[in-house]
Design a protein around this ligand. Structure first.
Ligand SMILES: Nc1nc2c(c(=O)[nH]1)N[C@H]1C(S)=C(S)[C@@H](COP(=O)(O)OP(=O)(O)OC[C@H]3O[C@@H](n4cnc5c(=O)[nH]c(N)nc54)[C@H](O)[C@@H]3O)O[C@H]1N2
Ligand SMILES: Nc1nc2c(c(=O)[nH]1)N[C@H]1C(S)=C(S)[C@@H](COP(=O)(O)OP(=O)(O)OC[C@H]3O[C@@H](n4cnc5c(=O)[nH]c(N)nc54)[C@H](O)[C@@H]3O)O[C@H]1N2
Ligand code: SF4
Ligand SMILES: [Mo]
Length: 900
């Protein structure tokens, strides 16, 4: 798939949509792959800025070990051989002294299938413990458990085309517009072609995904089970039952319906329980009942809950009752988060699954896997799930852990305890592509991994489509594939022959053969048609949906024939009784904290944080809350607030977007110690998990919000580093040529100029330093210029009286500052070169809020299409169209309020 014309075809390493990417040349901007079934050439802003992340900054380039003798936190390079020797020896010794369950791997849905397969085989088949878990525990495990209960296997029955042929799409707990933008664009395009296609969003927040929704149900957090139980009862009562399907292909309806009837009550009670108007509830139920072609997509608002698995089954129950599954345009659809969340499930990367959709529960299945691997032992029982696994590290039961492609000190609940657990752990190995992460800081040994563009293998997206990630850049420094590191340790532990892989193709072949091994069709996950590929065939592999029973023939949909994976071939209705959240709000912690994603950042920002285009949309960590709650808590929009739970706290900017109802707050998950002084929201999250799946309740923690008092506030842009110790609070973001810092401090600064120079690290005796000061008001502006180029600028003010800032970054790109530029810097206002564009709305074309508002007002624009025609904004990935529509509405409101 490489060639002078085509460039290299590969797959986006971000979300589970799994878009195909074309790389025309190693240093050129990437494009969408028009031949890929997931995206047909489209990319969202994260995908289209991938080249901005291919930078050497921050890369981990050689194995490093922490040496205590040379003082705290000293890292010394060591050779790969020595590093792998050390891991193998340490793991072997720990296992010999304390047994196989005293060690663990914690891996990730961002690994390639080949990496994942080798890690899982080593732990379960050779070390003989189930203690390998993955960040997919935090993401997909409730969907996995729900699928297994209902279908007998972890299968997503449908495919993306179903969204285009459906007549009703229900999005439950999914901010699709921001988190799965290309799928959302496919939905938007389908709705434009066919306005009769209805869209319902079930989310406590009014997210950008609600923009085009025909109906939004802003349900109370956690009330999905009663909502879907109510739907089940309604469908049964209103004749929307597929009797033949239910009788011939399912079991358990009566019990499920009885529980649903018990819990749902009458419609008024149900509406109160869910916090939605009765009319809206009825409208949703009636629409669902009347629409055969219905797809229900669900994501983290469903999975990440103390009752996540029941939420999943309450949705699937409704599809089973109406027989809407596995046929075009209908079915429950679990959207995966990470690029290879699905691949990890195929290899059995979760602690409670074995491999290739085989399980621990059946001795015959354990024996099968052991026979295939010809391994000395096989784990006898499931290992510890992520939250319990880190608890075991904390308690000292797990003494050595290898963490690969995930950042648990940020992303697990009760994250300060996770940090403490790793601090106590005797031996922590971290494999990552970057050197500085909150987790890497606690590693005894750091291993450099290949990043996107360098690694080579396969991933599987939400619709079971296996795609190649191909390398198009050489490995930098001594970075190596993760599978190679696992195989190297295995070899040193005495299992060289079983791990003698020379290429990812060899690993994939073994994985495909295992899926087919003694598989008479009982396991739908079957890649027999992909076994025995030559190296060249593997390299050229085109995207294909599993099961693949014949070479080149994928499968669009499963279960359309009504034959499920349970032994009796039937699907199961699971009774789902509603359960109250483990921790309810009370007087001390009156608000419910919901956490999730923003449009332009990916998780802990190790890669998207490098892209200036992506930092411009929402540059600071924030807490979003209702204006009335803000007032009650004594915080202001734009001010700083401390958010506190029983488990931890953080300090972030206050924002009242209007998306939240009273009683709820939202904090994004991305910021961490590398990007802000105090913004790891994981520290606040209650360590409550779903009893079946072990997936954490990330969307519901009681908190309170207080003002964070500071005596002065500041803003700085610099090409260099700053002295963060001088600040009470800070957050940083990458702009084109400089880092931007927002900050706040306490106490009195005696000499502002001296303070500013020390803060910016300016130690030249006579720098080109310009400043403006107003000692009466406490305002201070300074800029530092070298050889005509701007090096840094800084603004300090009491309260948040800081200048509009989105135009500063451009000054760092000038080769020589003009007199006007210097004057602008001191006035903190652009004199030339256009006005302040305002915060970025369209990241693809870099169009700011002020520019859009001005065009709307001055040119009388009234539709997003006109805005795009005028400014290009919204014309590429379309993720900003909801915001553009919002700005149009804002202008229309103002016009109505003040008629000309
Ligand atoms: N931009 C961006 N995209 C991403 C990612 C990223 O980091 N950044 N990460 C990827 C990954 S790994 C994942 S898992 C996906 C996640 O994709 P999503 O699941 O769409 O994202 P979230 O923001 O976690 O949460 C989804 C929604 O659930 C809602 N919610 C909260 N509580 C409830 C509830 O009780 N019921 C219901 N019905 N809804 C509720 C929240 O308000 C939120 O809007 O995104 C993927 N895509
Ligand atoms: N409060 C709250 N917490 C959450 C969530 C939430 O909604 N709310 N969502 C949860 C979900 S769904 C998810 S998926 C997790 C994500 O959380 P994490 O997995 O912890 O987040 P990432 O930043 O994606 O971490 C991936 C790490 O692997 C590195 N990396 C990238 N590629 C490779 C590679 O090929 N090899 C190696 N060795 N390293 C690599 C990156 O630099 C980064 O440090 O967060 C979970 N945590
Ligand atoms: S939608 Fe997801 S897979 Fe597609 S380009 Fe965007 S981040 Fe990448
Ligand atoms: Mo995820």
């Amino acid at each position: 798939m490489s060639g002078a014309d085509a460039g290299v075809l590969t797959t986006c390493p971000y979300c589970g949509v799994g878009c195909g990417v074309r790389v025309p040349a190693a240093d050129a901007a990437v494009q969408g792959d028009v031949t890929h079934p997931a995206n047909g050439g489209r990319l969202c802003v994260k995908g289209s800025t991938l080249h901005e992340t291919l930078v050497p900054q921050g890369r981990l380039l050689q194995p490093l070990q922490r040496v205590a003798e040379s003082g705290p936190d000293t890292l010394q390079p060591l050779a790969w051989d020595a590093a792998l020797d050390r891991i193998a020896a340490r793991f072997a010794r720990t296992i010999a002294e304390h047994g196989p369950d005293s060690v663990a791997f914690y891996v990730s849905g961002q690994l390639l299938t080949e990496d994942y397969y080798v890690a899982n085989k080593l732990m379960k088949g050779y070390i003989g413990s189930g203690n390998i878990d993955t960040n997919s525990r935090l993401c997909m495990s409730s969907a996995v458990a729900g699928h297994k209960r209902a279908f007998g296997e972890d299968v997503v029955p449908g495919c993306y085309e179903d969204f285009e042929v459906a007549d009703l799409i229900v999005l439950v707990g999914s901010n699709t517009a921001w988190c799965h933008p290309v799928l959302y664009q496919r939905i938007v395009a389908a709705k434009e072609r066919r306005p009769a296609l209805k869209l319902v969003v079930v989310d406590p927040r009014r997210t950008p995904t609600c923009d085009l929704a025909d109906l939004h149900l802003p349900l109370l957090p956690g009330s999905d089970v009663p909502l879907f139980n109510g739907l089940l009862v309604w469908l049964a009562a209103h004749g929307a039952v597929d009797r033949d399907f239910v009788d011939g292909h399912t079991r358990g309806l009566d019990a499920a319906l009885a529980v649903a009837r018990d819990s749902a009550g009458d419609l008024d009670a149900l509406a109160r329980q869910c916090g939605v108007q009765r009319e809206r509830l009825e409208a949703f139920y009636a629409l669902f009942a009347a629409t055969e072609k219905t797809v229900t997509l669900f994501s983290q608002g469903v999975n990440q809950s103390g009752q996540g698995t029941d939420k999943v089954n309450s949705i699937i129950n409704c599809h089973l009752l109406s027989g809407r599954i596995g046929r075009p345009g209908m079915g429950p659809f679990s959207m995966t988060g990470q690029p290879n969340a699905m691949g990890g499930r195929e290899v059995g990367g979760l602690a409670n699954t074995l491999a290739a959709h085989l399980d621990f529960a059946e001795p015959a299945q354990r024996a099968l896997v052991q026979r295939f691997w010809a391994s000395p032992r096989i784990a006898e029982r499931p290992g510890l799930k992520a939250v319990d696994l880190f608890e075991a590290v904390h308690a000292g039961r797990i003494k050595a852990i290898w963490i690969v492609a995930t950042n648990p000190v940020v992303s697990l609940p009760d994250a300060d305890r996770v940090r403490e657990a790793l601090r106590r752990c005797e031996f922590v190995v971290v494999s990552d592509v970057v050197q500085h992460t909150d987790t890497a800081q606690l590693a005894h040994l750091l291993l450099p991994a290949l990043a996107w563009g360098e690694k080579d293998g396969t991933v599987t997206n939400s619709e079971r489509c296996i795609s190649r990630q191909r390398a198009f850049r050489p490995a930098p420094g001594e970075a190596r594939p993760d599978w190679w590191a696992f195989a190297g340790v295995a070899a040193r532990m005495g299992w060289a022959e079983a791990f003698a892989y020379d290429t990812p193709a060899a690993i994939f072949d073994e994985h495909a053969r295992l899926s087919a091994f003694e598989n008479d069709g009982a396991r739908r996950f079957d890649l027999r048609g992909l076994a025995g590929l030559t190296r060249a065939e593997y390299d050229a592999l085109a995207p294909i949906r599993w099961p693949v029973l014949e070479r080149g023939q994928g499968t669009d949909r499963l279960y359309g024939d009504g034959r499920f994976s349970h032994a009796d071939g039937r699907a199961v209705f699971v009774p789902t009784a509603p359960v109250a959240p483990a921790h309810a709000p009370d007087a001390g912690y009156p608000l419910v904290l919901n956490t999730g994603r923003v449009r332009d950042q990916w998780h802990t920002m190790t890669r998207t944080g490098l892209a200036p285009t992506l930092g411009a949309h929402l540059p600071e960590p924030y807490v979003d809350l209702h204006p009335a709650d803000a007032l009650a808590c004594g915080v202001r929009d734009g001010g700083l607030a401390r958010v506190i739970s029983r488990w931890g706290s953080l300090v972030v900017r206050v924002r009242s977007s209007g998306e939240l109802r009273r009683g709820q707050v939202f904090v994004p998950i991305h910021w961490n110690d590398q990007f802000a002084s105090d913004a790891r929201v994981g520290a606040l999250v209650n360590p409550v998990v779903d009893p079946l799946s072990g997936e954490p309740e990330f969307k519901h923690t009681p908190v309170r919000v207080e003002e964070f008092r500071a005596d002065w506030h500041g803003l700085a842009y610099t090409r260099g580093t700053v002295d963060l110790q001088r600040l009470a609070w800070w957050a940083r973001v990458q702009t084109t040529a400089a880092q931007r810092y927002e900050f706040a401090g306490r106490g009195v600064i005696a000499d502002r100029a001296q303070w500013a120079r020390a803060f910016l690290g300016v130690d030249e005796p006579a720098p080109d330093w310009i400043e403006y000061r107003d000692d009466g008001s406490g305002v201070y502006h300074a800029a530092y210029i070298r050889d005509g180029r701007l090096q840094a600028c800084l603004y300090i003010a009491p309260r948040e009286m800081l200048p509009a800032r989105d135009w500063f970054a451009g000054l760092f790109e000038r080769l020589r500052l003009s007199l006007r530029d210097r004057a602008s810097l001191m006035a903190a206002e652009p004199f030339s070169g256009g006005a302040d564009a305002g915060p970025q709305v369209c990241s693809c074309y870099k169009v700011g809020r002020n520019t859009i508002l001005k065009a709307i007002r001055e040119q009388g624009l009234s539709t997003p299409r006109q805005v795009t025609a005028c400014l290009k904004a919204g014309g590429n990935c379309g993720s900003c169209l909801p915001e553009i529509r919002g700005l149009l509405a804002e202008c229309a409101l103002v016009e109505r309020a003040e008629p000309a």
